[in-house]
Design a protein around this ligand. Structure first.
Ligand code: NDP
Length: 339
């Protein structure tokens, strides 16, 4: 079959495309930066170039942006969406591209893909389900983040009011919650002939295979870890915020299984290997001599008192999550060239 992977030049999408190619699928990627596509073709995708093609989609928000890209595909992994905290206008920079990109993709899929299109999997996020909670809370895919959506709506109603401040991380969370809501609403109102599923990963770490030009350009989640490798974080300050990880290779598998497994249709999947603390990450880095720039003193940090239920993703998608040590080590090996 032919699978469309949107934003194929990104961290998660490049892994998803590679694993699809390894499994014998043909992959069509969308990209806005064609030089990054060349990097993939000459590097990780080199063995599979005859099964890989690209459609340029310069702007997710353009009307009809995906109309060409979806033609004739059997499945879609819609992964492209902004994930960064460099926000000038939260709607322009994050929320609108996330929501409009998703809606554009779904509309194109319904109108232009063709009847062979079986399933569309959308990359949602922990951001779409996390809210402030009391200690002891267990996160799972039955939950929804209304909290960030409310903050975003307050901001929108009166952006200049300091009481309505929308911090970048809350704007990002709202972008993902609203984009995923748009998915389920589309299914309900438009009743497309294809089925859908959503993958909701926590912080994604693991090896970088896509084109990254310098340390500053490392994708947001891996950059958090990179800062410890590079000694850019002065100390391990553990807050009470929920902290859980998943390896990018497992996230790629989650997308592919969600395209393949019958029972995945109409479902969302919390994609999480388990909790972590930065102190544990540092222990792994120290054990493998990856703390090249400086070392960190032991801290009496508090482990965030939350739990993460990954039963559904294991049972339905058959995932068997990569552990923290393997994940952190593989991440470090792939980004140490930027030190
Ligand atoms: P990347 O930044 O590596 O990937 C983002 C992709 O989306 C890139 O291909 C990027 O293109 C494209 N993109 C971003 N903004 C736009 C835009 N405005 N117009 C067109 N294309 C755009 O990050 P990730 O791989 O981590 O993120 C991929 C998806 O996974 C996102 O939906 C994100 O929300 C989600 N996610 C990520 C998590 C993580 O911890 N990494 C956790 C949970 C969800 P280009 O390469 O040209 O920049």
């Amino acid at each position: 079959g032919l699978i469309l992977v949107t934003g194929v030049t990104g961290y998660i999408a490049s892994w998803t495309a590679l694993k699809l190619l390894e499994q014998g699928y043909k992959v069509r990627g969308t990209a806005r930066t064609l030089s990054k596509v060349e990097f993939l073709k000459n590097g990780p995708f080199a063995k599979y170039v005859s099964n890989f093609e690209v459609v340029e989609v310069a702007d997710l928000e353009d009307n009809g942006a995906f109309n060409e890209a979806v033609k004739g595909v059997d499945g879609i992994a819609h992964i492209a969406s902004p994930f960064h905290y460099k926000v000038t206008d939260p709607y322009v920079d994050l929320i609108n591209p996330a929501v409009n990109g998703t809606v554009n993709l779904l509309k194109a899929a319904k109108e232009f893909a063709g009847p062979q299109l079986k399933r569309v999997v959308i990359t949602s996020s922990f951001a779409s389900l996390v809210e402030p909670h009391e200690p002891g809370h267990t996160f799972d895919e039955t939950q929804w983040n209304q909290f960030s959506v409310d903050l975003a709506e307050k901001y929108k109603a009166d952006p200049t009011n300091p009481a309505n401040e929308l911090p970048p991380n809350q704007a990002y969370r709202a972008s993902k919650a609203l984009a995923e809501r748009a998915l389920w609403k589309f299914v309900e109102t438009e009743k497309p002939s294809f089925e859908v599923a959503a993958i909701n990963p926590v912080f994604v770490f693991g090896p970088v295979i896509h084109s990254v030009k310098d340390a500053e350009s490392i994708n947001t989640s891996v950059h958090l870890l990179y800062k410890f490798i590079a000694g850019l974080n002065p100390s391990v300050e553990e807050g009470p915020a929920p902290k859980a990880f998943v390896d990018v290779r497992d996230v790629a598998d989650a997308h592919i299984r969600a395209l393949q497994v019958e029972e995945a249709k109409g479902q969302r999947f919390f994609s999480v290997a388990g909790p972590f603390t930065w102190a544990e990450v540092i222990d792994v880095l120290r054990k493998h001599n990856k703390l090249t720039k400086n070392d960190y003193p032991p801290t009496g940090e508090v482990v965030p008192p939350f739990y993460y239920n990954n039963t559904k993703s294991k049972e339905v998608l058959g995932l068997n999550y990569i552990n923290l040590e393997d994940c952190v080590l593989a991440t470090a090996n792939s980004v140490e060239r930027f030190l």
